[in-house]
Write a protein that binds this ligand. Structure first.
Ligand SMILES: [Zn+2]
Ligand SMILES: [Zn+2]
Length: 428
């Protein structure tokens, strides 16, 4: 039987696992510093969790969801994003009690969208994200943006730029949509079929279109910033001022709306100027002040962001950003030159592993030269050579694979000597 993986899925292994580990450990450390707690929700939900929140007019709900009936005929959907499930869970489990507010949660998980696969855009993809629920504070908005910026800074991205916009509160947005509708109507024939459908359901979704002629019409149209109410305008100015104080590079992006219906107010994307303009978004998010109420939860505001992990790893590689190997601790490779050294080797493995020193054995019999080469290639820091002479004298020959210096050490002192030779005793 020969079977390939389904189109748009990836097997993640080798170097990509190291990138992924680095991305997750960097983010987790920052989630802790910013006081977010983890939440894990199911990979599938009842379909209405997404159709009602992301919006029927979006491409995601309209044509990208993996939706199927279960054996009892209930419609289920593999999650296409992480925010709606978190909100569903927060409401269902009644997490928003006063002592929990603001409720700050983060998630790491796989998501599913039926899209045309491209580099860095898969049908099963991994995202990490945060949601802060229960407060409308501008400082909280700034903290969320700060965290997003800090993740990419610590991963090693340079020339980061925050694109930020506001789509206003329901009051000023509805007024703007009326004006935008009036602008689009006489131009409707020049829009693509998708945009003509979007016009009927939610004209703001026309901003999502990637077709040039549609983009041009949008870019020449009225801008929401000119129709903001006093409150929205004040909040936006305040946020921009805090972001400047945090030394975060930003640009106000008039045509940024992001493709979810649940957004209200502030929306943002983090990008790097080192990347081509069309594909330079690293992650993004915004306010979704009505979503908790839409799920019949408390009428409370919320803000969050999501980051695509596959794309981040791909871009790091593309930009030549190295990962830090989070498992970069001394690792020993045991090379046996004696057929009868079994019990001796087990004793060595026990000593090392009981002291939390990673080690492995060479089971091949291809000779010491090729075994040493293999050890170097696989990132081991020392080779422990065990032959008849070593067993007889209760010693081990330790080869430092960096300096290629060789030491004979007593078996009982092995742990101490390995730590000394690799310099690991200095790092503790
Ligand atoms: Zn407003
Ligand atoms: Zn279009």
């Amino acid at each position: 039987m020969s079977v390939n993986s389904p189109r748009g899925t990836a097997d993640i292994y080798g170097e990509y696992i190291k990138y992924r580990d680095f991305i997750i450990s960097t983010a987790r450390e920052l989630f802790d510093i910013f006081n977010f707690e983890e939440i894990i929700t199911p990979a599938f939900e009842y379909t209405e969790v997404f159709s009602r929140s992301i919006g029927e007019s979006t491409d995601i709900v309209h044509k990208e969801m993996y939706t199927f009936p279960d054996r009892k005929g209930r419609s289920l959907t593999l999650r296409p994003e992480g925010t709606a499930p978190v909100v569903r869970s927060v409401v269902e489990k009644k997490m928003l009690v006063p002592e929990n507010i603001p409720l700050k949660l983060f998630y790491i998980g796989n998501m599913f969208r039926y899209e045309r696969p491209q580099k860095g855009r898969m049908r099963e993809f991994w995202q990490l994200g945060v949601e802060a629920l229960g407060s409308s504070s501008t400082i909280l908005d700034a903290e969320i943006i700060w965290l997003l910026n800090e993740i990419f800074k610590r991963l090693g991205f340079k020339n980061l730029i925050l694109k930020i916009n506001t789509i206003g509160c329901s009051k000023c947005r509805n007024n703007y949509i009326k004006i935008f509708r009036e602008y689009i109507e006489p131009r409707l024939d020049y829009l693509c079929a998708d945009c003509q459908r979007r016009f009927k359901v939610n004209p703001l979704r026309i901003f999502d279109c990637k077709i040039k002629s549609c983009k041009k019409i949008v870019s020449e149209g009225p801008k929401i910033k000119d129709y903001l109410c006093k409150n929205c305008s004040k909040h936006f100015k305040e946020l921009i001022s805090i972001i400047s104080d945090l030394s975060i590079n930003y640009t106000i992006s008039d045509d940024l709306v992001r493709g979810f219906d649940y957004y209200t107010g502030i929306i943002f994307e983090m990008a790097s100027n080192d990347l081509n303009s069309a594909q330079n978004a690293l992650g993004g998010g915004g306010r979704y002040d009505n979503l908790l109420a839409d799920f019949n939860g408390p009428d409370m505001p919320a803000v969050g962001f999501a980051v695509g992990m596959d794309r981040t790893a791909l871009l790091m590689r593309q930009l030549g950003i190295k990962y830090t190997d989070i498992r970069n601790k001394p690792k020993s490779y045991i090379i046996s030159l004696s057929e009868d050294a079994g019990p001796y080797i087990i004793d060595v493995l026990k000593q090392l592993r009981n002291s939390n020193i990673a080690c492995d054995i060479d089971y091949s019999t291809s000779g010491i030269g090729s075994a040493l080469k293999k050890a170097g290639k696989k990132g081991f820091s020392t080779a422990l050579i065990i032959g008849e002479e070593e067993v007889k004298n209760d010693i081990i020959t330790v080869k430092d694979l960096k300096s290629f210096k060789q030491y004979k050490v007593k078996k009982n002192n092995l742990v101490k000597e390995v730590l000394r030779i690799t310099g690991a005793d200095q790092n503790e």
